[in-house]
Design a protein around this ligand. Structure first.
Ligand SMILES: NC(=O)C1=CN([C@@H]2O[C@H](COP(=O)(O)OP(=O)(O)OC[C@H]3O[C@@H](n4cnc5c(N)ncnc54)[C@H](OP(=O)(O)O)[C@@H]3O)[C@@H](O)[C@H]2O)C=CC1
Ligand SMILES: O=C(CO)COP(=O)(O)O
Length: 327
């Protein structure tokens, strides 16, 4: 497992609780030491005891050497750099699994595209995993489900078999585009829901943003090649609900701070963990424009982020003033 933040550590625990010997790479030696000595990662998962068959190392070579499965869970904007370091290290037949939910800001590429490109992987050696997976809830062993997708069904099945235990059920899919974009796009809608929550609007407003948000992100994902059905599955609707409703969500929290009147730089300064949506929105809007997809909510988020729109105006802008339109 590459990345010892909240999701990397939690997913490593999932794998270890499924009975596997897991090595987690922590770039800071003190994090690796705490995991090995106290079986804790208090900076990210306070109060969680980690299993004994999960060991950590700050040495990337040691972490990946001889491993058939390499999971990647670092902030999306850092994935290319990490992949560059991996290129000469991973085994020739290793399967790489992206757990990340962002797109690369400079290129708009999905994480599996970045990893595939840098590592020159054939389709059967790359998979992605996504779903309603708030890390701390899973670390507390609260039951949930995840979907593993790969162009190769056999690869998806092999990863899903590894990542299932008494509290996590794994499903498989061959729609990599939809599974990956589901995770990226729900972050934007969670920011929007956080904004209206921070403003003080109630459940109707939030439900309307979520519902119109699902339609908007589904249109985008389908235009990018996703299956519509994926967007109403775990990686789409499932993750949208979890992220928009959870006070533990970093994207929802970032949105709420914006809604309370904090400006972008203040929000980033207050976030101690990765809120991918803040970084993805610009790249998604560029892709949307290129593919002719209308994304009113994402556009409004971008306007709020750049101080062009008051957070209180986000919800009323859901209604167009040019007469009623079809749902
Ligand atoms: N948390 C969650 O509930 C879920 C998160 N995800 C996704 O997982 C991905 C990782 O998120 P998450 O674990 O939550 O993020 P965190 O902010 O909790 O942790 C980030 C991790 O990446 C490391 N890191 C930061 N910068 C670099 C870098 N330049 N090179 C290498 N490592 C780096 C951090 O190390 P250090 O501690 O030293 O800074 C830390 O181990 C994101 O794409 C997120 O959307 C997906 C599902 C659930
Ligand atoms: O992806 C997640 C839940 O599935 C985590 O969401 P946040 O990154 O907003 O915390």
């Amino acid at each position: 497992m590459l990345g010892s933040g909240s999701w990397g550590t939690t997913f490593a625990k999932v794998l270890a609780d499924a009975g596997h010997e897991v090595t987690i790479w922590a770039r800071r030696p003190e994090v690796a030491n705490e995991i090995n000595e106290s079986h804790r990662n208090t900076g990210y998962l306070p109060g969680i005891d980690l299993p004994r068959n999960l060991r950590a190392t700050p040495d990337l070579v040691e972490a990946v050497r001889g491993q058939h499965f390499v999971f990647v869970s670092v902030p999306a904007q850092t994935a290319r750099e990490l992949a560059g370091q991996l290129a000469t290290l991973i085994d020739d037949d290793a399967v790489v699994v992206s757990l990340m939910k962002g797109v690369e800001r400079s290129s708009g590429l999905r994480m599996s595209e970045v990893l595939t490109g840098v590592l020159d992987l054939p389709p059967e050696r790359i998979a992605v995993a996504s779903g309603p997976n708030i890390a701390l809830e899973i670390a507390k062993e609260q039951p949930t489900a995840i979907v593993v997708a790969s162009d190769s069904e056999a690869t998806a099945v092999s990863v899903a078999k590894l990542a299932r235990n008494g509290y996590l059920k794994s499903f498989v899919n061959v729609d990599v585009v939809g599974t990956e974009f589901g995770g990226v796009l729900k972050n934007l809608i969670a920011i929007a829901v956080g904004i209206v929550d921070g403003v003080g609007y109630g459940e109707n407003t939030k439900a309307s943003v979520m519902t119109r948000g699902l339609a908007e992100i589904s249109d985008f994902a389908v235009a990018m090649g996703a299956q519509a059905s994926t967007m109403i599955g775990l990686a789409g609707l499932g993750d949208l609900i979890a992220t928009c409703e959870s006070p533990l969500s970093r994207n929802f929290t970032a949105g709420r701070l914006l809604g309370q009147g904090y400006v972008y730089d203040d929000v980033v300064a207050q976030m101690q963990q990765t809120a991918e949506g803040l970084r993805s929105v610009g790249a998604i809007l560029e892709l949307a424009e290129r593919h002719g997809v209308d994304m009113p909510i994402a556009t409004q988020i971008d306007d709020v982020l750049h101080g062009r729109m008051s957070p209180a105006d986000l919800a009323p802008h859901l209604a167009t003033d040019d007469g009623p339109s079809g749902e």
